[in-house]
Design a binder for this molecule. Structure first.
Ligand code: 5CA
Length: 439
């Protein structure tokens, strides 16, 4: 992408309404724009990151055997009356009427709808286990949306829903999602710690939140420091290995970890002093087992192997891709801007032409731009007629992992400069060598 032809509305000033660094940087880097309280437009740079985050979420959901579909954002109130949540959900639910005065709502979550889809087609235990997921916008009329997309009113959620014949099967489905979540967040360069959690309006009695430690996190968390060094389940994890997954989950729940709602100070006391961690955290995922809470009232049942009909056991599993972007920035930035983990960076490489219009630097930049693009790298070529300082500042702000600086002086010696954003380390090497390094 040539920056002279892109749409990247960088802000010079720090917006005063932004209280935390991720909100400030997402506004300044031209990633989002507020359209209403808690409602944001995703500008081109932000959308590129959101798509990369979603790609990782999707890959790990699919690896675990979950199947993607897409449910609508607008739902019928009658559906929610079946589960009894229409009135119980409270003011967070955005209730609307259509032209025929039918009561509708903008979905805050999809347990009822996915149960309705399931019951419309599945009758036999032979069709189980089943996990259906989608990545869809949600609306929750938060009384105090804040911190940008960290706690917004319209937000993106991956929500998965599992269906099993009995609790034992549902626990295995839960464990598959648990392992998928460990892999998902690790691939984004995050250390997420699973913590026993409250189940709230979703319900049930088994639930874990996945928390990223960050000083600006809304959650207060207490946990054993050893979690930070646990190995992440491998790419070739066998998701059909029931005891294997259970032992992984047992390991990842063997040490103390709880949010303030679930904190047991006595139990925490037993953690060795140098291993005690109390910190702020950001909830990036939350998984629940809630048995027949929805299948019973909504008549989602299957014929068992014994010829008996029974309601299916379900769980739901949420990740917030839009919140995740803010969480990644909170965990990975410096005074100059964002430092994207390579897996989610909006571009892989930024080429900075220090003298746009100079035949030599233009030719060298064009050549590198062509070579890297042909090799499948996402390149942002800063070809603007702008002084070097502004180009350096923009590249650091938007956090592209690699910068290639090409200027007339360096070229005269056949050299360009390669800078690694994460560490600031710089190397001087030939144009050929830098291309080889980056493909
Ligand atoms: N207001 C919000 N803004 C941004 N992300 C949010 C917001 N509320 C929730 N999320 C994200 O969505 C994830 C799942 O939300 S949840 O309420 O915990 N779970 C559910 O809604 C279940 N239906 C899981 S499918 C959270 O872990 C969080 O990452």
């Amino acid at each position: 992408m040539r920056l002279s032809r892109y749409f990247l509305p960088i802000l010079r000033e720090t917006p005063k309404e932004a209280e935390i660094v991720s909100h400030r940087l997402m506004l300044r880097a031209g990633m989002i724009r507020q359209e209403a309280a808690g409602i944001y437009a995703w500008l081109p740079l932000g959308l590129r990151v959101l798509n990369k985050v979603n790609a990782i979420v999707r890959e790990e959901q699919n690896r675990s055997g979950a199947i993607e579909l897409l449910m609508p954002t607008i739902q019928s109130a009658d559906l929610w009356r079946e589960s009894g949540r229409y009135d119980a959900y409270g003011k967070e639910m955005l209730r609307i009427q259509d032209r025929h005065e039918r009561e509708m709502l903008f979905g805050p979550t999809n347990e009822e709808m996915v149960t309705e889809i399931f019951r419309g087609y599945v009758r036999s235990y032979k069709d189980l286990p089943l996990n259906l997921y989608h990545i869809q916008w949600k609306f929750r009329d938060e009384v105090r949306p804040r911190f940008g997309v960290m706690r917004s009113r319209e937000f993106l959620m991956k929500d998965a829903y599992s269906f099993d014949l009995d609790q034992a099967g549902a626990v295995h489905s839960y464990n598959k999602m648990f392992v998928a979540y460990l892999r998902t967040f690790a691939r984004m360069g995050l250390k997420a710690i699973p913590m026993r959690a409250d189940t709230g309006p979703i319900g049930g009695n088994l639930s874990h939140e996945f928390i990223i430690l960050a000083s600006t996190g809304e959650s207060e968390v207490f946990c054993h420091a050893d979690y930070l060094n646990f190995d992440i389940p491998a790419e070739n994890t066998d998701f059909d290995d029931i005891p294997g997954l259970q032992s992984t989950v047992d390991k990842w729940t063997s040490l103390y970890a709880a949010t303030s709602e679930m904190h047991d100070a006595g139990a925490f006391e037993a953690v060795p002093g140098d291993k005690k961690m109390s910190a702020r955290g950001i909830e990036v995922g939350h998984i629940f087992y809630f048995g027949t809470k929805y299948s019973e009232p909504m008549g989602a049942k299957v014929m068992g192997p014994d010829g008996q009909e029974r309601p299916v056991h379900m769980g739901s599993y949420g990740i917030g891709p839009s919140r995740l972007i803010a969480a990644i920035i909170e965990a990975s930035h410096d005074e100059n801007g964002i430092i994207w983990p390579e897996a989610v960076a909006p571009f892989d490489v930024a080429i900075l032409n220090l003298k746009a219009g100079d035949a030599g630097t233009d030719a060298a930049c064009e050549r590198l731009y062509r070579e890297l693009s042909a090799a499948g790298r996402d390149v942002l070529y800063d070809d603007r007629d702008e002084r070097p300082g502004g180009k350096f500042a923009t590249a650091d702000l938007i956090g592209v992992p690699w910068q290639v600086v090409i200027g007339p002086k360096g070229l005269a010696e056949g050299k360009v400069e390669l800078k690694r954003r994460a560490t600031g380390e710089r190397e001087t090497l030939s144009l050929d060598d830098v291309a080889a390094r980056l493909v």
